[in-house]
Design a protein around this ligand. Structure first.
Ligand code: AMP
Ligand code: ZN
Length: 113
């Protein structure tokens, strides 16, 4: 937990967020500035800055995060969805607490890759 990390503050309940799913290790909430009709963020409750910082010791955290993202999408009935991790400033990361964007809704049919 970092004092000045916006996602740690959401996890601690110091900043409000529209939560859509929670389990012991993860929180999923709506992005404040949605880039798609459905735009959630899945974050681990333990502060990890970015994927590139993760190692073998974080394997459980990472698998749990992916499972939570899939579970949240299924429970919210978002239909098909895309998962995006911007890892590092050069890739567009602005909040340095690992998170996966969950994007869904009409208009996502154009393939990026
Ligand atoms: P990234 O640019 O990949 O680091 O994504 C950070 C995301 O966090 C952006 O899409 C922001 O809109 C979102 N965001 C920042 N602050 C908040 C907040 N307080 N509540 C919800 N989403 C936020
Ligand atoms: Zn944090």
């Amino acid at each position: 937990m970092l004092d000045d990390c916006v996602f740690c503050r959401i996890i601690r309940g110091e900043i409000p967020a529209a939560k859509v799913y929670e389990d012991g290790e993860n929180l999923v909430f709506r992005d404040i500035k949605p880039a798609a009709p459905v735009h959630f963020l899945a974050v681990p409750k333990r502060h990890v800055a970015r994927l590139a910082d993760c190692g073998e010791a974080d394997a459980g955290l990472l698998s749990s995060l992916l499972l939570a993202a899939g579970r949240a999408a299924r429970r919210e009935n978002v239909g098909d969805f895309r998962l995006i991790v911007n890892d590092g400033a050069g890739a567009g990361q602005t909040v340095f607490h690992l998170h996966a964007h969950i994007l869904a809704g009409p208009g996502l049919t154009e393939k990026l890759l």
